[in-house]
Design a protein around this ligand. Structure first.
Ligand SMILES: [Zn+2]
Length: 421
């Protein structure tokens, strides 16, 4: 097994993508009304988002998102989807449209069109791309964009509360070869194509991101590896053949498209058990960039009520995030995602921000007095503790996952060796 040297540098350059306009427009998202405003105002009231000052001895730089251009969005989305979804005439519920035209683009049911959708798409995509670009241009080691992480949006349609595929766009931007400005001065150092690992911690399978990079070709360039840890059960959204445990013997197996489904009640204990698998995959792949979708709907207290994951302690979301940002080589882009208990989302992402900055807040930190303070009762602290749900990921299941991934790791190693010979 390859080993990765630790780079626990406490002075990492952290950027946080935010603007008033981004928070306002993200707060329009029908599935997460006002969540963004809550998230940024809690982080701000905790003193994390004070530009040009130090929080617990650490710096964070706030950067405004650039609005994505139509060209940026067209790198992945179809022109038809963009023409329809970006047209304000299609955003009113009362507008007369061709029958089923909205439905053709997924703009119905859990993805209704809403006034401001065009700004939402331009800004959320722009925010994640801005984060990615700060990493690419070496202005930061860690970029945080909690308004991003829309992992269900498809190339030609909205899906699962997601209207724009910012995760895919960010990965594509990181993957693109950047010409060395000194190429005209010989000898220029040879440029290596960057490798990107996408790690998805949301309760739901990252269907659109995994599908975007899935390939059964045994000769495809292993530049992007997607790894989704999620809940899977019959009928649970999203339904996709890629969400099951990998089957290395199957002709449809792609060692760069990995899924680790978990059962109800997944807790810190289960994440502690499966985490070595994630790290072994990372050690083999040796990514230059790690994009982490930090969806929060697996946390205890979320209305999804499926997992029992918590914020702090070994195996927790905080623990996993800390491992990635401080012990893994490579630059990191932290994105948001699901999370339907908005005060808990604000708690969790504020805590993860403090972890990224290298000085984690105590989860016993009291919520400061600010406009949204009453929403944080009855605890009025930062913690999102586990509940009483039973963890159904028993020893037998975990062992079957470990056995499966022994074969996956073998296949991955084989493919990586092939690609370098
Ligand atoms: Zn989710």
């Amino acid at each position: 097994m390859a080993t990765s040297k630790k780079t626990n540098n406490p002075n990492k350059r952290v950027v946080y993508v935010v603007s008033e306009e981004l928070a306002k427009v993200s707060s329009l998202l029908p599935s997460n009304k006002n969540r963004s405003l809550l998230v940024h105002s809690l982080a701000s009231s905790l003193g994390i988002l004070v530009p040009k000052q130090k929080h617990n001895g650490q710096h964070i730089r706030l950067i405004r998102p650039n609005r994505a251009t139509l060209k940026d969005l067209s790198v992945y989305h179809t022109r038809d989807y963009l023409d329809f979804s970006l047209n304000p005439d299609n955003h009113s519920e009362n507008v007369q449209q061709e029958p089923n035209e909205s439905a053709d683009f997924g703009l119905e049911d859990d993805c209704p069109p809403f006034r401001g959708l065009d700004d939402y798409i331009f800004l959320v995509a722009g925010a994640s791309l801005t984060g990615a670009n700060t990493l690419k241009t070496d202005q930061a080691d860690i970029a945080i964009c909690w308004d991003g992480g829309r992992h269900h949006a498809q190339k030609a349609r909205a899906s699962g509360f997601c209207y724009v595929a910012d995760c895919v766009l960010a990965i594509l931007a990181l993957r693109r070869f950047v010409p060395n400005p000194y190429d005209n001065i010989s000898p220029a150092p040879p440029s290596k194509k960057p490798r990107i690992m996408y790690l998805d911690l949301d309760l739901h399978f990252s269907d659109s991101v995994s599908q975007a990079f899935y390939s059964t070709s045994s000769t495809n360039s292993p530049q992007v590896l997607t790894f989704s840890i999620h809940h899977a059960a019959e009928g649970f959204f999203p339904i996709s053949p890629l969400s099951s445990l990998p089957a290395p013997g199957s002709p449809t197996f792609d060692p760069f498209s990995l899924s680790l489904p978990l059962r109800p009640g997944a807790s810190n204990r289960t994440f502690m058990r499966i985490w070595p698998i994630v790290e072994r995959v990372k050690n083999l792949f040796e990514p230059d960039y790690i994009v982490v979708q930090c969806g929060l709907d697996g946390l205890a207290g979320d209305p999804m009520a499926t997992w029992n994951w918590s914020l702090e302690g070994e195996g927790s979301l905080g623990w996993c995030t800390s491992r990635v940002v401080h012990e893994w080589d490579g630059k990191k882009l932290l994105l948001g995602g699901g999370g339907y208990n908005s005060p808990n989302a604000a708690r969790a992402w504020a805590y993860l921000t403090s972890i990224a900055m290298g000085k984690p807040l105590s989860v016993d930190t009291e919520i400061p007095d600010h406009r949204a303070f009453p929403l944080y009762g009855p605890s009025f602290t930062l913690d999102v503790p586990a509940g009483n749900m039973q963890d159904q990921n028993n020893e037998e299941y975990i062992k079957s996952v470990e056995e499966c991934f022994e074969d996956v790791l073998f296949a991955l190693q084989h493919r990586l060796r092939q690609s370098t010979t």
